[in-house]
Design a protein around this ligand. Structure first.
Ligand SMILES: NC(=O)c1ccc[n+]([C@@H]2O[C@H](COP(=O)([O-])OP(=O)(O)OC[C@H]3O[C@@H](n4cnc5c(N)ncnc54)[C@H](O)[C@@H]3O)[C@@H](O)[C@H]2O)c1
Ligand SMILES: O=c1ccn([C@@H]2O[C@H](COP(=O)(O)OP(=O)(O)O[C@H]3O[C@H](CO)[C@@H](O)[C@H](O)[C@H]3O)[C@@H](O)[C@H]2O)c(=O)[nH]1
Length: 441
């Protein structure tokens, strides 16, 4: 095991997963967070987020003594050899990543770090941040290493424990290699780079995946107008090893806490360096188009106007398997409906409280189950691909609804089952299968 303790600063999706996983690899890990209530809960083994396998790892770590939690960044960093910054880097409002929390924490802990400490940025940060942190810390005895994280929410533990690669970038190669060695038991390839390359690898990977999704969503729009099926197209494309089958499922646009902000941040990095990169703007404008298209289908299914119309939403989170609502495409579609006067009732396996309108969400009454959400609804809309939605009783659903139309924004509802229940099904990226009179959608 590594010689020296690990501090993880910020215990959200990335920090808590990283801390618990590194502890399970045998490292001594102290996780620090500014949120004292959360620290107290985690110290009791309570995990505040939905991530399969994380509860067990946290409890194991606490029991073995390899994992502890503490209030505050400085308390965690004191005496540590490796300090992983897993802090938020949200969109600052102009597309650029807001680095204030990162810089404040670095300024706070810089002076108290042990000689020989290695400060690791695991947060997604713009090019030049490692260099800026080096300048702020201003200590020749402290190295800075960029080590971006590629985990996906909902499969975070599995992703962390089975990484495709470990990326480490630093002007201090031995520090970069020392950080890579913390992951040695995972037997992943280590990509050792400059800090600038490492920082850009993260943004490039996310923006590339978002671009792939925008592409398939636009192919889906084309497919449904020419009578093709986007799933068949994705299947046929995916066999080409240069393309690959993953990230080709059409949906109501892509979202989550990373793709939207990171695609915009990369666009601002390119613009700030006077590099023309029109694909990035097209990537997110295509995403707006994808969300508009789903809203258009719902309005058409409701007969042309949404004013006062009750719509049932199955799925609110940004994808299945997570409780995260940040930049959820489901809510982006819902916002469009609410703006036209729709009354929204929703069900999501991971969400229990009603949503209150704010910058990123409309009012949504959250029902305790899928059928209750559908009561008296004119249109049922599937927005998140929770597997349970494919197994629900559509005859029972039809029995409680006012209307008989499902707009399936994830193509998870079986066409034949929907038809048996008397539903007209409006899918994405393939022609609609109408039971009754066809409408234009
Ligand atoms: N969520 C993901 O799937 C994912 C994956 C890869 C990379 N990232 C990147 O990792 C970073 C963290 O993302 P996240 O989703 O884990 O964020 P998060 O919002 O879930 O967690 C951030 C944590 O930092 C804590 N915090 C805030 N200010 C603090 C301070 N001053 N001192 C100590 N703790 C503080 C918060 O209380 C919170 O627990 C971001 O840069 C993000 O882009 C996220
Ligand atoms: O075939 C697909 C795959 C994904 N999505 C959507 O794309 C969005 C993002 O999904 P996913 O990438 O699984 O979610 P995240 O957990 O946000 O993970 C992304 O963002 C993280 C934060 O940077 C990175 O670490 C991950 O590598 C990167 O996949 C969601 O809205 C999904 O519904 C689709 O519509 N179709």
């Amino acid at each position: 095991m590594a010689d020296g303790r690990i501090a993880v600063i910020g215990t959200g999706y990335v920090g808590l997963t990283s801390g618990a996983c590194l502890a399970s690899l045998g490292h001594q890990v102290v996780c620090g967070d500014v949120d004292a209530t959360k620290v107290a809960a985690m110290s009791r083994g309570e995990v505040p987020i939905l991530e399969p396998g994380l509860d067990e790892l946290v409890q194991e770590g606490l029991a073995s003594g390899n994992l502890t939690f503490i209030h505050g960044a400085a308390a965690a960093a004191a005496g540590a050899k490796y300090i992983f910054l897993c802090l938020p880097t949200p969109d600052g409002g102009d597309g650029r990543a807001d680095l204030r929390i990162v810089h404040d924490v670095v300024a706070e802990i810089g002076p108290i770090l042990d000689a020989g400490a290695i400060l690791v940025t695991k947060s997604t940060v713009p090019v030049g941040t490692a260099q800026d942190i080096t300048t702020t810390v201003n200590r020749p005895d402290v190295a800075v290493v960029s080590n971006p994280e590629f985990l996906q929410e909902g499969t975070a533990v599995r992703n962390f424990m089975n990484p495709d690669r470990i990326v480490v970038g630093s002007t201090d190669r031995s520090a970069a290699v020392a950080v890579a060695e913390l992951y040695a038991p995972l037997r992943a390839p280590a990509v050792v780079t400059s800090p600038e390359s490492s920082e850009l690898i993260k943004y490039a990977a996310n923006a590339f995946l978002a671009m792939k999704l925008s592409f398939i969503n636009s192919i889906g729009a084309l497919a449904e107008t020419v009578g093709a099926d986007v799933a068949e197209i994705a299947n046929g494309m995916g066999y080409d090893e240069r393309i690959g089958p993953k990230f080709l499922k059409t949906g109501p646009g892509w979202g989550g806490s990373c793709f939207p902000k990171d695609t915009r941040a990369l666009a601002t990095i390119a613009a700030d360096h006077h590099v023309s990169f029109p694909l990035l703007e097209a990537t997110y404008t295509s995403n707006d188009d994808a969300q508009d298209r789903v809203a258009d289908k719902i309005r058409a299914a409701a007969g042309g106007s949404l004013a006062g119309v009750k719509i049932a939403l199955w799925g609110l989170t940004f994808k299945a398997g997570t409780d995260d609502l940040r930049d959820s495409p489901a809510l982006a579609v819902a916002r469009r409906l609410a703006a036209e006067g729709a009354v929204l009732h929703g069900y999501d396996p991971a969400i229990t409280k009603d949503l209150v309108a704010g910058k990123d969400r409309p009012d949504v009454v959250v029902a305790p189950d899928a059928y209750t959400a559908a009561v008296d609804a004119a249109v049922l809309v599937v927005l998140t691909e929770w597997p349970i939605f494919a197994q629900l009783d559509l005859v029972k659903t039809a029995g409680v609804m006012a209307g008989r139309i499902i707009v399936d924004g994830r193509n998870v509802i079986d066409t034949a089952t929907a038809a048996v229940a008397g539903f007209s099904l409006v899918p994405l990226g393939r022609p609609a299968h109408w039971v009754g009179e066809a409408a234009t959608v």
